[in-house]
Design a protein around this ligand. Structure first.
Ligand code: AMP
Ligand code: ZN
Length: 137
């Protein structure tokens, strides 16, 4: 447990939340300010700040749980789909620095636009792809 981490405090029962799933490692609860009905957050009880700094072993435990919880949310809400996101770093809008996955249920015609898209030039895409490939370990 990390001091002053709001999600560790929820996991420890020190701050209330609308819990929807809990086991010895994983906790899921409804987002306080939902983007859609049923918007939930899934955390691992092992504190890590963000996705990039989380060991693979922890990710291997949380991802199947996210899948199972998303299926339950879909059934309960009647949603037609869902967006799965994690904000990694302040530039990406992360404000709570305990890894969490957002499950955002989507409803037909809800008009929610999460990721605006832009045109790009093929030559720039190719150069960027090469640069990224070089930097992959
Ligand atoms: P982010 O770090 O950008 O992924 O955003 C953190 C998310 O946590 C936001 O969607 C908040 O609405 C949500 N949140 C913050 N505090 C609580 C809380 N006490 N209970 C439930 N959700 C929370
Ligand atoms: Zn924490």
């Amino acid at each position: 447990m990390a001091a002053d981490c709001i999600f560790c405090k929820i996991a420890a029962g020190e701050i209330p939340a609308e819990k929807i799933y809990e086991d010895d490692k994983i906790l899921a609860f409804l987002d306080l300010k939902p983007s859609s009905r049923g918007h939930a957050l899934v955390i691992h009880k092992f504190h890590t700040a963000d996705f990039a700094s989380t060991p693979d072993g922890i990710l291997n435990e949380i991802v199947p749980a996210v899948k199972r919880i998303a299926a339950g949310i879909m059934k309960a809400t009647g949603a037609a789909g869902f967006n799965l996101t994690t904000n990694n770093g302040p530039a990406a809008g992360q404000v709570v620095f305990h890894l969490h996955f957002h499950i955002i249920p989507r409803y037909a015609g809800d008009g929610l636009k999460l990721f605006p898209q832009h045109e790009s030039e093929k030559s720039k895409r190719q150069m960027l792809a090469e640069e990224i490939k070089k930097n992959l370990a």
